[in-house]
Design a protein around this ligand. Structure first.
Ligand code: NAD
Length: 521
């Protein structure tokens, strides 16, 4: 295993001060300089793609095909990070352009404007599971927004984090971007200092520590967390596609993906049919006698400690293992494992699994599945497999989650233009593309009010009078007619109601015309 050189704790305040000086230098006020740094970032990843893949292989046993493929199709690591840097490079002028609020007669003469300004000196604290994307990809947004940035990669991916410490100073301006490597002591020191924004990706447990430390300086935080992302199976689904996608979503990176399907909710009567479909897919995915253990396309668990945690959850289950179950501590290996008949209060349901174990919780019907989801923390992702649009709509409208996908898993964070973020215990704030830029941007409200405006606005000054008080009425907005009571239906939209009224009016008019014609005859 690679050795990671930790940054001496007493150097951290110095790095903080140097980044502050870098910000004050104003270099990143220049959009051209931001673009130069963004292109350098893209080249950092492109020119070192082989080394990065090897580092990921060393840290996570991750096969190169996953690092690249996931990336190309799903946009998770190397190509995505290049893509993020390039999108920011191409869009930064547009993103950073001052905006006008919607026209309003009262204010237009003051030229109201929203300036997009950097927050200042920011920190990105990253987890181990997609270390390149969740460090350098997010950095692209911070640079585009004009911030100086401290990167704190995960200590459990020593090869990748060492590579960041080597490559960042070679490619990026050292006054503007720095790397601090280390674990709890180093991160604690970072968190003692005043930053202008902290974007933390990781577990809810550490997020509470980060939030408490940030509160001392009133530092704004974005929390990209995890949790248990459920999959709801409707028997009326494309079974083969559901089995392939769900199993794939669980084996990628050995289940160490924040949006991996965490557990399945399936009607009891359909559980065995679904398990058979998963078994068939498992054979297709890993046809060799040794299964995934010898297969180069299957990652390992990041540390022995993480391996022990997942094995402990598996050991405690009251369910029945129907696929996999093999473990090997030395190789930090856990086979993709499916467990059926898992009760709602099982060890496997007690926390985010973050590994290749997939519990199946049988329920009576869709309503019970929805009740189960709603009785727990809002998940980062919620998946449903059904051919029935009404079921999709019901799941979407009767639950809350960071994201929702019908018929798909894992892909949504890579879909350009969609925000990526959780809700409640699965996180707060968003990233990817323009959302990362906005996260690291202060929207500075500005006015430029000419003195002659006091010909209109002079009534604000004392001495106050009834006449002046009346003048303020000009600024009060008109309300629509007062409703006679709450809407009769809370589900039908008002536009539908309009159409109903319209159809009714036509029907009455047609009826009257007919009657008149009848009378005339
Ligand atoms: P983690 O919380 O253990 O570590 C993340 C970072 O926090 C590391 O850099 C680590 O050094 C630092 N840290 C750890 N303990 C600390 C402490 N006591 N004080 C200060 N800093 C500390 O998370 P992890 O195991 O690397 O990642 C797994 C978690 O991250 C899962 O819950 C997963 O769902 C979540 N995740 C979320 C997203 C997302 O975008 N929402 C993406 C990837 C992972």
């Amino acid at each position: 295993m690679a050795e990671l050189a930790y940054t001496p704790v007493d150097e951290i305040p110095k790095i903080h001060a140097e980044l502050r000086a870098g910000f004050n230098s104003g270099k990143l006020k220049s959009i051209e300089y931001r673009k130069y740094q963004l292109l350098q970032l893209a080249y950092l990843v492109q020119e070192n793609a082989d080394r990065i893949e090897k580092a990921l292989q060393s840290d996570l046993g991750r096969p190169a095909i996953e690092s690249r493929f996931i990336v190309e199709i799903l946009s998770i690591e190397i190509n995505t990070t290049i893509g993020d840097a390039l999108t920011a490079y191409e869009s930064v002028e547009k993103w950073a352009k001052p905006e006008k609020p919607p026209f309003h007669l009262n204010w237009t003469l003051m030229k109201p404007t929203i300036y997009k300004e950097a927050k200042g000196v920011v920190v990105i604290i990253s987890p181990f599971n997609y270390p390149v994307w969740l460090t350098l990809g997010i950095l692209a947004g911070a640079i585009a927004a004009g911030n100086c940035t401290l990167l704190k990669p995960a200590e459990s991916t020593p090869a990748t984090s060492s590579l960041f410490a080597e490559l960042v100073p070679k490619y990026l301006d050292n006054d503007l971007v720095r790397v601090v490597n280390g674990a709890v002591a180093e991160t604690t020191k970072i968190l003692e200092l005043p930053w202008d924004h902290i974007l933390y990706t990781g577990s809810g447990r550490v997020a509470k520590i980060v939030s408490a430390a940030a509160a001392k300086h009133l530092t704004p935080v974005t929390l990209e967390l995890g949790g248990k992302s459920p999959v709801i199976i409707d028997p009326n689904c494309d079974l083969e596609s559901a089995a392939s996608r769900i199993l794939w979503g669980k084996v990628v990176n050995a289940g160490q993906t924040c949006v991996a399907p965490d557990y399945i909710l399936v009607p009891r009567s359909f559980q065995d049919t679904f398990v058979d479909a998963l078994k068939k897919k498992y054979q297709e995915f890993y046809p060799g006698a040794q299964g995934p253990k010898e297969d180069e396309a299957y990652s390992r668990i990041v540390t022995k400690q993480a391996w022990g945690r997942i094995k402990g959850l598996l050991d405690g289950t009251k369910g029945t293992v129907v696929i996999g179950g093999e473990v090997d501590e030395q190789g930090k290996y856990i086979a993709p494992t499916i467990v059926k008949d898992v009760p709602g209060d099982d060890s496997l349901m007690s926390e985010e699994i973050f590994g290749p174990v997939l519990p199946i919780v049988p329920v009576e019907d869709l309503d019970e599945a929805i009740r189960y989801v709603n009785a727990h923390d809002h998940p980062l992702a919620l998946y449903v497999f059904t051919k029935d649009d009404a079921v999709k709509k019901k799941v979407l409208t009767s639950t809350q989650s960071g994201a929702f996908s019908a018929g798909e898993v894992l892909i949504h964070p890579g879909v350009e233009g969609l925000p990526f973020g959780g809700i409640g215990p699965s996180g707060s704030g968003y990233h990817t593309g323009k959302y990362t830029f906005d996260t690291f941007t202060h929207f500075r409200a500005a006015l430029d009010s000419p003195s002659w405006l006091d010909k209109i606005l002079g009534f604000r000054y004392p001495p106050y009078s009834v006449k002046k008080l009346k003048a303020t009425d000009r600024f009060r907005r008109k309300l629509p007619a007062k409703p006679s009571g709450p809407p009769t239906s809370l589900t039908s939209s008002s536009s539908w109601r309009k159409w109903w009224v319209f159809a009714l009016a036509i029907a009455i008019a047609a009826g009257l015309t007919k009657r008149r014609a009848g009378l005339a005859n």
